[in-house]
Design a protein around this ligand. Structure first.
Ligand code: AP5
Length: 213
């Protein structure tokens, strides 16, 4: 199964993408995670990406398409994938279509998690990551302790989850990624919009229904 999971920053793409990938037994391919890994390694690509990410701007299309091409070449992607945070521009959507044609493959579904701006801001402002096990959580779940609910590790905040950068990420989403939704809506794959509010379990059930599970 080959899925694209779209939605604004903080819509829950990572949270739900992990569940979908486990359910379908395919990898979740997140361009944001790939870029953060490159940053952590200190590679040249990671250093170049950092200034875009910290400002809430998009990393150039050719860099992103290169990362996706490499990810698709890994053996586990032969089973399918859940794409999270890609494509984010019409040029990336066209690049993906060309890569898939070259592989003799096509997308099974393009899902859009619909979440209002106010909810997105609340989710991102309170998002925390465990510095030990990497789990993504929220201050509303972790409470005042500042410790990971799963392993007790110290929680940290993503550098692009500051109030100014959140607002810029939303602006960039409206200007550069909303047109991708329209592009898919008019395409053969079509666009399946899923309400992204409610509990994590409720949203996951809606997504399963949307892909026909
Ligand atoms: P990326 O990492 O892709 O960030 P994003 O799209 O802004 O999405 P997020 O990871 O912030 O949120 P999410 O939707 O995964 O939500 P999550 O599940 O964490 O990209 C970061 C940057 O990298 C970009 O700004 C850009 O610079 C660059 N980049 C990446 N891809 C690119 C591309 N293709 N082209 C160019 N540049 C690119 O959930 C958020 C919070 O909400 C968490 O705290 C979670 O616990 C909580 N939550 C989740 N579900 C619920 C729920 N149902 N109810 C309440 N809280 C919930």
């Amino acid at each position: 199964m080959r899925l694209v999971l779209m939605g604004p920053p903080g819509a829950g793409k990572g949270t739900q993408g992990d569940r979908l990938a486990e359910w379908l037994d395919v990898p979740r391919l997140s361009t944001g995670d790939m870029l953060r890994a490159a940053r952590a390694e200190g590679s040249q690509l990671g250093q170049e990406a950092q200034r875009y990410m910290d400002a809430g701007e998009l990393v150039p299309d050719d860099v992103i398409l290169g990362l996706i091409g490499e990810a698709f070449d890994r053996p586990e992607a032969a089973r399918g994938f859940v794409l999270d945070g890609f494509p984010r521009t019409v040029a990336q959507a066209e690049g993906l279509a060309a890569i898939l044609v070259g592989r003799g493959e096509s997308l099974d579904a393009v899902l859009d998690l619909a979440v209002p701006d106010a909810e997105v801001v609340a989710r991102l402002s309170g998002r925390r990551l465990c510095s030990v096990c990497g789990e993504v959580t929220h201050v509303a779940v972790a409470g005042e302790s500042g410790r990971c609910p799963t392993c007790g590790g110290e929680l940290i905040q993503r550098s692009d989850d500051s109030p100014t950068t959140i607002q810029n990420r939303l602006r960039v989403y409206r200007e550069q990624t909303q047109p991708v939704l329209d592009w898919y809506d008019r395409s053969e794959e079509g666009l399946r919009s899923v309400r992204g509010t409610g509990s994590v379990e409720e949203i996951f059930a809606r997504l399963q229904q949307a892909v026909g599970g």
